[in-house]
Each structure stands twice: as C-alpha cells, then as structure tokens.
Design a protein around this ligand. Structure first.
Ligand code: ADP
Length: 550
C-alpha cells in the first residue's frame, strides 16, 4: 500500500503484520486467567477466561473452514454483548474473513438490505433474535446457513429459518488446534454499516491494521486509559462500531471484561456494575440517563465505578456534573463516528489547565476534546479554507488518520474524501489549544436570519433544568427568519414545568436571539437504532408547527 519513496538506508526492525488474531493470542499468553463475565440472554451469568475465549475462538475458526468460508467472505452477527459474540470477533477476523455486525434494532427490511448488500455467507444470531431472523431469512439468498448462538437443548424443534445450525454443535465438533494465518495487515477485518439516518446505510470496512492501531489509541491515558487493573463494562453494543473497539482494546490490556447482554435498563446495568466491581464503562448518553434515574430514585451510590466514557451524542453538561459531583465518577467526553472506528477525540485536561478555576475546567470537559495521536482534524468555512482555532468560529469538521475510512464498501456514495480528508458532517469549533466542540450536525443546524444557532447548546441548557428529562431542539419554518428554534421536551416523571418557565430559564445563559420561540411537551423522543435521538423524525412530527407570533 506504500507508494512513498524509499531511503537508500532502510531500518532493520522486524516487520510483522498487525493482525487481530495477535491480540487474543497475547491475552491468552499474558492474561490467560483474567475473566470475561457475560450476562447471557439465557438469563444467567457466564464466566470464563481469556484463555477459554481463545480456545473456543480457535474451534470456531476450524468450524468456519468446515463450513466452506473463505478469506474475505462476510460473516454476519446479530447479537448482544456476550462471550460467544466475542469469540466470533476473533474467529471470523482471525480466520481472514470479515466480521459483519448487523444492528438488530433496525427494521427487518433494512437488515435484509444490508445483509444482501454485504453478501453475507453465514449469519450468527442470539436466541432472542430468532423471531426477527424468521422475518427476513428467506430474503437473503447469499446466506448459506443461520447459526443460533446456543447449545443443542435450546434449539427450536421447528423453525421457518432455512439451514439452521447450532453454535455449540459447531464448537463441539471442531478441534482447538488451529494456527492463526498470517496475511496482509490491510486486509478487511470487519464491516459496520452507518445507521443511515439519511439515505441507504453505507458499509465501513475496517482493516486489521486500522483495528490494531485504533486499539493502541484507545488505551493510552488520554484516550480511554484502560489497563490490566480495570474491570470494564462495554455498554455500547458490539453491533455498533465494534463497541467502540473495546472488544479488541481490552484483551490487549488484560482488563477484566463484563458484557451486559440484552439487559441495558438502569437496574440491570447498576447490579452488574456493583456485582462485578466495574471501574470503567462506556456508552451513549441515553443509557446513562436510565442508569442515573435508577440510582437517583433508589438513593444508591457506586462502590467501584470510577470512570466512564460518554459519546456517540453530546453528553449534556448536567449529566457530566451529576456523575462527577454527586457520584464521584469521572466522565471522559468523546467524539467519533462509524467512519472513525470510532475514536476521534477525547476530552481530558492538560497540566496547564489544572490551574484554571473549577468552572473553566468544567467548561473544558464539556467539549468533545482533542484528537488522540493517529488522528488529525481541521474545520473549514464555506469557501473550503481552514477556519481559525479561536474557540468561536464554526466550521465543517474534517478528519484524517490511520483508522479513518477512505471510502465506503463497494464504493457506495462515490468519493468519500475531500483532498484526503474525511468530511464528518459535523459542525464544530476548535479552541487555540486544540479542543474541539461539536455545535451541531450540519443537517441539524438551525439557520435563523442567515445565522447559525447551535441546537446542542440549547438542548444542554434545557437539560440542566431540574424538571427536564430529555430535550431536543429543531428549526421550524418562520416567515421572517426562515427558521426559529423549537424546543421539544420530555418532563421528568411527576415534574411540572411550563413553556414560560423554560423560556425564562435561557435568560442570561445565551444570546437573546438564540432563545427558543416555543416549547412542545412530549411523552418520549424517538430513539434510533444506535440509541440516539432522531431529530429528522422530530422535524417531520413538528413540520408546520405554528410558532407564537408575539
Ligand atoms: P449515526 O449517528 O448516523 O448512526 P454514528 O454512530 O457513526 O452514526 O454517529 C456519528 C455521529 O454522532 C457524529 O458524526 C456526531 O454527529 C455524533 N456524535 C458522536 N459523538 C458525539 C459527541 N460527543 N457529541 C456530539 N455529537 C456526537
């Protein structure tokens, strides 16, 4: 892949391909006895070690060979965070095939579309998804077999799914004698489709090299700072951007891994955090909202939980403060996307920030933060020229680096890059010391009288109000200003707050003309397949909403 000139004197260091199989080999050899704990869809807690995981992944790799899977073939999964899913992460990629994680929260037609587009050869699924698989299996002609991730006893007596196989039968029938093959590190390792909030989903094809480098990036102190002393619970699903890369990064460090399965409600997450002594976790704000509500309502605290990484959507400052000040849990705000593996930026302070007053430190931590080495970013104005890093000027955010997509699978959507940079579709500012803050997604920006209003700022303020559970801000048509902000709010259970009070709440917190023109109260906000608020759905719902004329 290198087209760069060669020096007449080349370095004399070993060259080994960066392969995903080397991660699980390392974990077995150096952290073999460290635990992987899973809440199974069967309902119980399952425990084993990195050594066990490696052994079963080798058996599964032999099974894939037996099924006729070849290098580069796509093999799909439809599964929660659990040990069998983890085995597949290593078996499929380590074998040289492509691990394709399907998102079970999508509509069945969309899942079938994606499986067909990827030309998946086999599809592995958790028992809970049998009814879902039954709805689309017949529409996936490339899939030669569907493997249910359970033992023989749990297999259904009859099913509409053609060529239904049993996971534990495959494991049981194959030897653990398997030597992971060596191949070019640029080979595809896994495939994840963007959720397609606009247009059809597009496939992001990660490579072994990008995945291994991303894993190093994740673990460094100003990345997610995970070590062999941690107990880590990836709450972010393994079907969403590879659970942010944690299934690779954790075996690399030897951290104990806790996989929460399908139970992502506040109570279940809390119980597992406490029982397993979790020190670090990662997920989108909506999951943490559920956890904080449960902990608050039941007057609980955390005994071992010390740090969490929040990303995938803006972390409301109120959430950050509750974690930090009420529960002593440090929050690392992070930004990324499917196309960035996903680690782009994380927000941690530098030595010189520690002398700043508390409020200024807090304001810094609310940003999405600075890049991890391996990624570079810039913001550009409408003319394509680089915008200044003054913390005020907004621009379109572009990134590049070792683990940033260079295009989409099957060249869907055409050229993805602009002069070698990936346009993220996000709008951001960057401070003089390189701290990026997302102000909006370009399609969510509210344009009032030709000026931009940052919807994230408006939402963050609303969510700091004690009666507000969740808030989303959208632009609605205005005859004079083109668009004006409408705040859509879910109240906390039993809480009272009205339009006037919320509008008044903005006073002094923001430029007056940014204040929402109106507030609409709803029972719930529409949430998409990756746990994020679907603003396009809200925009549809409130299309034609009449703003007060005063
Ligand atoms: P989608 O949301 O389309 O399913 P991704 O999961 O790849 O796709 O989401 C990436 C997008 O999520 C980013 O482009 C950005 O808009 C948003 N995002 C991610 N992290 C943050 C964050 N910390 N703050 C604000 N927005 C974020």
């Amino acid at each position: 892949m290198s087209h760069y000139p060669k020096s007449p004197v080349m370095g004399q260091m070993m060259s080994q391909p960066l392969l995903i199989s080397s991660i699980i080999q390392h974990a077995d050899r150096y952290f073999g006895a460290n635990e992987i704990v899973s809440r199974r869809v069967e309902g119980d807690i399952h425990r084993y070690t990195y050594r066990d995981c490696h052994r079963r992944a080798r058996r599964m790799a032999n099974a894939l060979g037996g099924l006729g899977v070849k290098m580069g073939d796509r093999v799909a999964t439809l599964a929660w965070n659990g040990y069998r899913h983890l085995e597949l992460y290593y078996a499929i990629s380590g074998f040289g095939a492509v691990m394709h994680t399907l998102n079970p929260r999508l509509h069945p037609d969309q899942i079938a579309y994606i499986a067909n587009h990827a030309e998946d050869q086999y599809l592995f699924f958790d028992t809970t998804f049998l009814p879902l698989v039954e709805t689309f299996a017949a529409h996936c002609p490339t899939v030669k077999g569907f493997v249910m991730m359970c033992d023989r006893e749990r297999m259904p007596a009859a099913s509409k799914v053609p060529n239904l196989l049993c996971y534990e039968d495959l494991i049981g029938a194959h030897s653990d004698q398997y030597a992971w093959p060596l191949f070019d590190e640029h080979s595809a390792s896994s495939l994840c489709y963007t959720s397609g909030t606009t247009g059809n989903p597009k496939g992001v094809l990660y490579s072994h090299r990008s995945t291994v480098l991303h894993s190093y990036g994740l673990t460094i102190p100003d990345g997610l700072n995970v070590s062999a002393r941690d107990v880590v619970m990836p709450v972010v699903p393994m079907f969403h951007v590879n659970a942010w890369g944690l299934p690779y990064a954790l075996p690399l460090t030897g951290a104990k891994m806790v996989l929460p399965g399908a139970a992502l409600d506040g109570k279940s997450v809390y119980e597992l955090l406490e029982q397993e002594g979790v020190t670090f976790s990662a997920g989108v704000p909506t999951v943490w909202l559920g956890l904080l509500t449960y902990v608050g309502e039941n007057n609980l605290g955390f005994s071992t939980f010390k740090r969490t990484s929040i990303g995938g959507a803006a972390c409301p400052p109120a959430m950050l403060q509750t974690f930090r000040h009420r529960y002593g849990v440090e929050v690392t705000h992070g930004w990324g996307m499917t196309e960035t593996s996903p680690l782009g930026t994380t927000c941690t302070l530098q030595r010189h920030h520690l002398d700043l007053p508390e409020e200024e430190q807090q304001a810094m931590l609310e940003k999405q933060g600075s890049v991890v080495f391996g990624v570079d970013m810039k913001i550009v104005g409408d003319d394509g020229g680089e915008a200044p890093w003054d913390g005020k000027t907004r621009g379109d955010l572009l990134v590049k680096g070792h683990w940033i997509a260079s295009g989409y699978f099957k060249n869907e959507g055409g050229d993805a890059l602009v002069d070698g940079w990936f346009p993220t579709g996000d709008v951001a500012t960057i401070s003089p010391d390189g701290y990026m803050q997302i102000t909006d997604r370009s399609k969510d920006v509210i344009k009032s009288g030709g000026e931009w209003i940052g919807s994230i700022d408006l939402e963050n303020i609303a969510m700091a109000h004690p009666a507000v559970q969740q808030a989303a801000c959208i632009g609605v048509f205005h005859p004079k200003w083109d668009e004006r902000p409408l705040l859509v709010v879910v109240r906390k259970p039993g809480a009272q707050v009205g339009r006037e009070e919320l509008i008044k709440f903005y006073e002094g917190k923001i430029a007056k003309w940014w204040t929402p023109d109106d507030v609409a109260f709803v029972e719930a906000l529409p949430i998409g397949a990756t746990g994020k608020v679907l603003k396009n759905r809200i925009r549809e719902q409130f299309k034609g909403h009449a703003l007060p004329t005063a």
